[in-house]
Design a protein around this ligand. Structure first.
Ligand SMILES: [Fe+2]
Ligand SMILES: [Fe+2]
Length: 289
């Protein structure tokens, strides 16, 4: 278990002047994260419910405390990403339609699959979000290098908290739910397939909305930045696959140095913008205005 306490942070971001293609002007890199983000509030409510189902069976007092903070962090992520959903709605994205498949997936899962499997899938999704969080903050990452400062601060705050609480659902699964290897291994396969089936059509719809249907060159270049040999998602594969090691635990990789640096900077004045600037560098003045 991690020795650092999990801390919920009530942050807010000024999203009033976010450019449509906020990630370095690249429509594909932007819409990929938009398509993930639009699903976060619904998804995080599912994660909270899955963990809550086992909350009363957790005997370890530290884990009980971690669960409370995990729930508050995920709830705050939902609030902030809901505000960003309003921004996307203003651009013409139909948020209700975009999240319909996820709602159907969650409804079906909660109706037909055992609570233990729902928790295994939550732990699996949490493995993905923590791996993404660790990747976005790493030195080699090009994920948000050119991104609009507010948006990169928003994703970084979320990513850091995903790292901070990366073991909570996993530990509840292992202890209170008595979960085993095969179920959790299969859950990551199911979760990965489901995530692609849910997110890909929304991603494509957003690109279509931006008039990119007739620009295959732009799409291919963007996809190469995601899935190519040196793509930002391809780089995550080894950490992602570590899940399938029988003795795997989320804290095997420890606390990345830069996450610790973000946490320390944030502690000073509770400002996610300055913590983000510490990691990514201070943007030129024109961008700050
Ligand atoms: Fe989250
Ligand atoms: Fe999470």
């Amino acid at each position: 278990m991690n020795s650092l306490p999990i801390k919920p942070r009530k942050v807010a971001f000024d999203l009033s002047s976010i450019p449509r293609h906020w990630n370095g002007g690249d429509p594909v890199l932007t819409r990929f994260f938009d398509a993930l983000s639009v699903h976060f509030p619904e998804g995080e409510r599912f994660f909270i419910q899955s963990v809550r189902n086992f909350q009363d069976q957790v005997t370890d007092s530290q884990l009980r405390e971690d669960i409370r903070h995990f729930i508050r962090q995920e709830a705050q992520h939902g609030i902030v990403h809901d505000r960003f959903n309003d921004v996307m709605a203003g651009q013409g994205v139909d948020v209700t339609k975009s999240t319909a498949s996820l709602r159907l997936f969650i409804r079906t899962t909660q109706k037909y699959l055992p609570k233990k499997y729902q928790l295994a899938m939550t732990a699996a999704f949490e493995h993905f979000t923590a791996t993404l969080g660790e990747a976005m903050i790493s030195d080699e990452s090009e994920m948000f290098r050119q991104a609009e400062p507010v948006m990169r601060a928003l994703f970084l705050w979320h990513g850091v908290e995903e790292v901070e609480h990366k073991a909570v659902a996993y530990d509840v699964y292992q202890s209170a739910a008595g979960g085993g290897y095969l179920t959790r291994a299969s859950a990551l396969v199911v979760a990965t397939v489901a995530m692609h089936l849910v997110v890909a059509p929304v991603f494509i719809d957003m690109l279509r909305l931006d008039g990119l249907a007739r620009k295959p060159g732009v799409i291919l270049k963007g996809l190469n930045k995601l899935y190519g040999r040196r793509g930002i998602l391809s780089g995550m594969v080894p950490e992602f696959l570590a899940w399938f090691r029988p003795g795997f635990h989320p804290w095997d990789t420890g606390m990345p140095e830069k996450v610790a640096a973000w946490l320390e900077e944030y502690e000073k004045d509770g400002d996610p913008m300055s913590a983000s600037n510490l990691i990514f560098g201070t943007p030129p003045l024109a961008e700050v205005a």
